[in-house]
Design a protein around this ligand. Structure first.
Ligand code: SF4
Length: 115
């Protein structure tokens, strides 16, 4: 079986585990479920020490394979929950809270927080 490498690109200047790991781990999970043999996962981000006009070190590649493998069971569990939510005709009854803005603001923030 051939091996595949996942490289995610971000405009960030560093790897932020809480922000990037769930996303990368989910992508690896999906690709593996689709039959790809992902053996390495990395984040490509910007190098804040890069100075123009020399752009030879504009990007930094951070290997996050070990973190992705450790996070894998969480992704599988979360995916199973999400699949269950999708078969319901009504949205979940989760109230507003910290999850509305972390790690990103939800697009429905202003709607839900009106009252
Ligand atoms: S703002 Fe988004 S995350 Fe928060 S309750 Fe509304 S839909 Fe859910």
């Amino acid at each position: 079986m051939s091996h595949s490498i996942l490289t995610q690109w971000e405009s960030s200047t560093q790897y932020k585990e809480a922000e990037h790991l769930p996303d990368i781990a989910f992508q690896v999970h999906v690709l593996r479920q689709a039959g790809l043999n992902i053996t390495q996962a990395s984040l490509m981000h910007l190098n804040r020490d890069c100075l123009a006009p020399d752009l030879s070190n504009l990007f930094i590649l951070t290997d996050v394979t070990a973190a992705v493998e450790a996070f894998g069971p969480t992704v599988a569990d979360d995916t199973a929950v999400m699949r269950q939510l999708l078969i319901h005709s009504n949205p979940p009854r989760e109230g507003i809270g910290r999850h509305c803005t972390r790690p990103y603001a939800c697009p429905y923030y202003y709607y839900c927080w009106q009252t």
